[in-house]
Design a protein around this ligand. Sequence first.
Ligand SMILES: [Zn+2]
Length: 265
Amino acid sequence: MSQPILSLLLELLLELFFMVCFLSLPRLISSAVDQIMDSRIPLRRAFCIVRPPGHHAGREGILESSNSQGFCIFNSIAIGALYALETFEEIERVAIVDFDIHHGDGTQDIVQGRKDILFISSHAYDDNFYPFSGSDDELRNVGNVLNIPLDIAFASLSFRRSYQTIVYPALEKFKPNLIFVSAGFDARKGDSLAPLRDKTGLLPEDYYAVSLDLARIANKYCQGRIVSALEGGYGSEALAECSTAHTSGFMDAGLEEILTGAESI
Ligand SMILES: [Zn+2]
């Protein structure tokens, strides 16, 4: 076989391999839901390391209000939430919490108006920052969307305060049976794609604290069940640190539950 034909075949095989992996992504999150719902498996918390991210992909893919899907093709977190609601009778209400630095406009597009899903997105917001949406009054009238726009250069204090004063009370009021997390780590100080991240931004400790609190709320209302999917985060070292902090928060909340048997957070 000639060299050019061999190269072409290898290239096609490689593309086929990536296509198969890529198309299996939506199945990954539904499989995570299956496992945490299976009473025979002592697993209550899942973190799905998926790429590409998904929260900018809307009902029809690209949104009318946007000129890009920001790397996203399949909205993993929305797929997981809808799958859980349609598959398990005991799941009547799910909450999706999105702490990626970008507004989860695709997720919002898919779930807006549903009484059985509460969608909360905290994100940097101004007129020049992608995806240029997510003001605090956007879709407030639909009843299930809570946008928390933060200063473009937000850091630990305002991020954590917004969770203490807005996100946790909203979850307490909604009382979900299952919590999903769109875990984007691109608000991390030093992340390569976010503005001003070299000067300000979040630290792994912030992701640990919020993940611990979310998992504690899951202990209280969801029998500990919480499913997270990776969204943004583009520096490999920072991404590894933040992912570790995120899962450590989940694990420590599980440990607390075992050691104390307490349901309060
Ligand atoms: Zn992002």
